[in-house]
Design a protein around this ligand. Structure first.
Ligand SMILES: [Zn+2]
Length: 135
């Protein structure tokens, strides 16, 4: 099997968890993907935070998302100490875009518009992080 046909993955360092992001990471540990939702303007946003990035309201909640969307753009890094990997943006069905790692896909298997779904990848000493794979 040539390098170009191997499915990509890579070690991901544990995320920094703060008081503001702890509920997100606690849900991630249970395999649930949360996004932000504003009660004032109704818009969804990523990443989750206390203040709405659209209207600056503090009336916001965390909402569970199925984590489904499409690849908006991506970049394959073919040479790295741990092998090829890809990062890019996923546009969630709810609207926001998420910067993420793509896994379980070959470098040539990625495409703009490809349907993808979230999954959680373990980290060493921290909560699992959301990554995306073909749906
Ligand atoms: Zn808002």
């Amino acid at each position: 099997m040539s390098e170009a046909q191997e499915k990509m993955t890579r070690p991901i360092p544990p995320p920094a968890v703060s008081i503001e992001t702890k509920p997100f990471w606690d849900a991630a540990a249970e395999g649930r993907f949360l996004i932000g939702r504003c009660n004032a303007c109704g818009k969804a946003y990523w990443y989750p935070r206390a203040i709405c990035p659209h209207c600056f309201s503090g009336d916001t909640v965390l909402e569970e998302s199925p984590g489904e969307g499409v690849v908006y753009t991506y970049s394959v890094l073919r040479r790295s100490p741990t092998g090829p990997y890809a990062i890019g943006y996923v546009t969630l069905n709810e609207g926001p875009s998420v910067l993420t790692n793509f896994v379980d896909v070959t470098p040539d298997g990625l495409a703009i518009g490809l349907k993808v779904k979230v999954r959680f990848q373990p980290t060493e000493g921290g909560p699992p992080v959301p990554v995306f794979a073909p749906a």
